[in-house]
Structures are given as C-alpha cells and as structure tokens.
Design a protein around this ligand. Structure first.
Ligand code: AHR
Length: 529
C-alpha cells in the first residue's frame, strides 16, 4: 500500500430535532449512567467577538481511491441507481444538507499521477489508466467536467489539486485555461465542444500533494523552488481569481514549514497541513475501526487533540514570515485512519465509522474554529467510502455515518464570528494518560444567534456544566446531542439510524446560570437566542 511504501519517515506521522425550550423552564433529566457526573464551568465571551470562521473549514476531499469516486459519487448516466448526470441522487441529497463549502479533487497521491486531458471528451474514448497509487484501473469517466458539475450541484467551491510530481508547468497552466478562460483560445473552444460553454470558477488550486512523500520525495528547498516555478504559470483568466496553495508539512515536520514560508510565502495564498489520527500512532498497525475498548478510545482522542499543538506551532512559524496572516493554513487532509477490516481490500481504505469518529470530528472542528485566525480551510479525508467518510454505500444502499451527523450539526459555525470561550474542566484520565474531559467552541451567526459546540470525551461520566454568557442575554436555548450506549456504536446498512442526533433538553436555568447535563461520550450543539 502507498502509505507503507513511503520513504519519508512514517514514524513522524506519528426530532426534527431542535426542541425549543425556554431557558426559564426546567428540562427533564433522565440519565442512565450511574457514575457521578463531573463538574465544569464554561464561559462564552460574547463580549469579545473575534474574526470570521471561514466556511471552508467545513470542507471535503474526494480522491480517485477505492469506491469513492466510482460507486460512491459517480454511477454513470445509465445506472439503475437514480442519478443526475451520472452522480447518484441519494448521496447528492445527503451532501447538500451539509452545505459543503469546498471540495478538493482529484487527490491526494493520485493528483501527482493525474493528467487532466485523460478525463475530457467523449467518455467512451477516454483512456483507461492504472491507478498507481491505490490500485485498479481508472476509466476516467469522472474527469474535469464531471467534477466541476458536481461542485455546481453542491454549491461548493472547486479546489483542484494540480500535478507537480509527474506533470509539467505547461500542463498545469493549460488545465487552468481550459477550465476558466472565456476567450476564443483553442483550449477554451475545446471545452465548449466538450459541452461547457461558460467557463467555471476555480478559486483554489494546489501545486502538488505531499511532495515530501508520494508527490516526489522532495527536500523542502527543492519543492520551494519548484513551487515558485509552477505557481508562476497559474494565471487568472476571464475574471477567475485562483488562490494558489503550496504543499505544507505533515504533523510536526516544522522544518518544511520554515523553508516554505521563508522561501515562497510571497507566491502563495495557502499552505497545506496533513494530520491523520491513528489509535496506535503506528502506521504498521493502526488499530481497528470498530473493535476497541477504552484504552484505544482514550489514545485516539489524545492523538487527535495533538493537532492543536501542531497548528499552534505551524502558525507561530508562519507568523514570523506572514504576521498579517495573509497565507492560510489549509488542513486539507485530516481524520481517522484505521486498519482495513479483515477481508477488505487494503488499498481501498474503506473503514466503518463509530461514535468515536463523531467525537474525533467534533474535537477537530472545535480546534479549527478556535484557530480560525490562521486556519482558512480544512478538508476531511474523505467524502464517501474512504477513511473517515460522511457516507458509506453498498450498491444502491447508502448510510450516513456518525461523522456526517457532526458535520450537519456543526454547519451553523460556517462563516460565523468566532466567540472565545473559557473552560474549566477536569481531566479524563486512564492510567497515566490524561486529556481534558471537555472541549468546546462558539460562534455568533449573522442573525445574532450564538452556537456552542461541546464534546464530552469521558465515556463513563456525564458532565454537569455551569454555562455563563458574558455580553449577551439570550432568552431561549435549543440543542441537539449525538451519543450512543457503546463507544463503538455504528450505523450499518441493516440499522442505518442507530447513531443519530436527538433533541438536547437536559438543562436548567436558575439565578441566571444555566446548568447543562451532557451525557458521557457525546457531542452537543446548542443555539442561544
Ligand atoms: O487520504 C489518503 C492519502 O493520504 C492521500 O492520497 C495522501 O495525500 C495521504 O497520504
């Protein structure tokens, strides 16, 4: 598998649910847990609003990998599975509910082997190419037109990842012209002959992927020079404005960040960061998606929280060269990565998704919100049937994962104003290991509503949280909660709704202080108006 073949040190990678309840009302408390709840204090500083949470933090990633593009999204116009111009309707409808802001394509490692001319023109005449990164043969039925039409159907911005590893600057330059030029150039005419009169907008374009690894195993100095060269030929045509993204580090590869920022910051609008969460931290034996106990639960959450420090340290390096924060840190690959289930194709990266993944998603999104002065985009890996997916499919069947529900609950933060929080919570300890038991972020939307997302990491104890709001006096609170009896609860094709959000009503207000009772291992999103 590609991941294992890398020479870059792998060890470095180490009810209609909104029941409205007046704040003055006493809500019912029905908790099955017997362990004593822990107490915490959460203050929402509505009196200290910060900057905007870029909606692209809620972005997605779709690579030609496993059953993501073919079967997960694209079934073709002649498929018995109901579809719109080849894209399956069930998946499309579910994704629309997430308000997908931006979609990255075609990879990943695949991007550095992809030649865009293979994927245009009559589908029957497109070449079939081996997918050298992930196995199998790509029919190229899904190419530039299909991707950009999908973005239009979703209302998402297009983020195209260019091929630096095995492509030329000319190929990259011509791809952008083909997609975005309204002139009478030969390439713009070719696009018209292929069925698209008007040019598309392509606001984001990346120059290569993981160039320290599968994208060419380069040294940062070499990549910085290559980036500057290729980026020079990424032009704005016909009113399209491309923001150019450079390959950034993975995990704590801070030297890469230092070199890129010192040598190419002027030529970029974004620098990527890749951070995957493995329960064990060992790429050789990552851990199971579903067969785990509290030790693996705790370790997974501890590892995912590690991204907070990784972002902070990368941001500090970026601040040295870009104190105005003009260059965005784009976390364009993040999420859980487990061992494939027995009998599953290793290269397809299909994995189940449990309540643990929902908690991981809630933690990461809170962290991105809280770092939104520098983090301007994040793309969970990946959209359908691959890694920490929103949706799993099986022939004509589809299910929404627990992670999907977190994205749907958290969409209220998209484009909202970050509101700082102060949180005093105990640690959730297991043996010698310890993580904060609660994690949260807050925002205010254009209508003035406050949204608060809180994760209780402790699988055994409910949290009794005193909530204070400085600078606002909301009259009512509504909310939703995602939890389950078991840490490894999943949605299956037989029971697709086993894990889904419910109305959150377990709170009371007395003397101006609201007390929230958050169930163990839960993600809660509140709206205060
Ligand atoms: O998301 C799967 C792979 O992980 C991507 O192709 C690559 O960029 C990363 O290593």
């Amino acid at each position: 598998m590609m991941k294992l073949l890398r020479t870059i040190s792998e060890s470095r990678r180490a009810a209609a649910l909104s029941a409205v309840c007046l704040l003055t009302l006493q809500a019912t408390t029905t908790r099955a847990q017997t362990a004593e709840p822990f107490r915490a204090e959460l203050t929402v500083r509505a009196d200290q609003p910060r900057g905007t949470i870029d909606r692209n933090i809620y972005g997605h990633f779709a690579e030609h990998l496993g059953r993501l593009i073919y079967e997960g999204l694209w079934v073709g116009e002649n498929s018995p599975i109901p579809n719109t111009r080849g894209i399956r309707n069930d998946v499309l409808a579910a994704l629309k509910q997430l308000r997908v802001p931006v979609l990255r394509w075609p990879g990943g490692c695949f991007a550095d082997e992809y030649h865009w001319r293979d994927g245009i023109g009559p589908r029957g005449q497109r070449p079939r190419r081996p997918n050298a990164s992930w196995g199998g043969v790509d029919t190229n039925a899904f190419g530039t037109h299909e991707f950009l039409e999908l973005c239009e159907m979703l209302g998402a911005d297009a983020y195209v990842n260019g091929n630096l590893g095995s492509g030329t600057p000319q190929e990259m330059m011509e791809w952008i012209e083909y997609m975005t030029s309204d002139s009478d150039s030969t390439l713009a005419d070719l696009r018209r002959r292929n069925g698209r009169e008007k040019p598309w907008k392509v606001p984001f374009f990346a120059v290569g992927n993981e160039s320290w690894g599968c994208g060419g195993e380069m040294r940062p100095e070499h990549y910085a020079d290559e980036y500057r060269r290729y980026a020079t030929f990424i032009k704005d045509y016909s009113g399209n404005h491309v923001r150019k993204l450079a390959v950034g580090p993975h995990d704590d590869y801070y030297d890469w960040t230092e070199v890129l920022m010192s040598q190419a910051a002027k030529q970029m609008q974004g620098l990527s960061l890749h951070y995957y969460t493995l329960p064990t931290g060992d790429w050789g034996k990552k851990g199971s998606a579903t067969e785990f106990g509290e030790k693996e639960w705790h370790a997974t959450l501890a590892r995912t929280l590690g991204i907070d420090e990784i972002i902070a340290k990368n941001s500090a390096i970026m601040d040295k060269y870009d104190p105005q924060k003009r260059v965005g840190l784009m976390v364009d690959e993040w999420g859980t990565w487990y061992d494939p289930a027995p009998g599953r194709d290793m290269g397809a990266l299909y994995q189940q998704n449990s309540l643990r993944d929902a908690v991981v998603a809630g933690l990461n999104l809170n962290i991105f919100n809280n770092h939104s002065d520098r983090v301007k985009m994040a793309n969970i890996a990946q959209m359908v049937n691959v890694l920490q997916a929103m949706i799993l499919t099986d022939g004509p069947r589809m299910l929404l994962t627990p992670t999907y529900h977190v994205f749907e609950m958290y969409k209220v933060h998209q484009g909202a104003t970050l509101i700082p929080i102060e949180l005093a919570a105990p640690e959730y300890k297991l043996g010698e290991a310890s993580v904060p038991a609660l994690n949260a972020s807050a925002s205010r939307d254009a209508s003035g509503a406050l949204h608060l997302s809180v994760v209780n990491l402790d699988p055994n104890r409910a949290a009794q949280v005193s909530l204070k709001i400085n600078g606002a006096a909301p009259a009512r609170l509504t909310g939703r909660v995602l939890t389950a009896q078991a840490m490894n609860a999943t949605n299956t094709f037989e029971r697709p709704d086993a894990v889904k959000p419910a109305a959150f009503t377990d709170f009371k207000t007395q003397g101006g202080v609201t007390t929230l009772n958050l169930p163990p291992k839960s993600v809660v999103v509140l709206e205060l108006r």
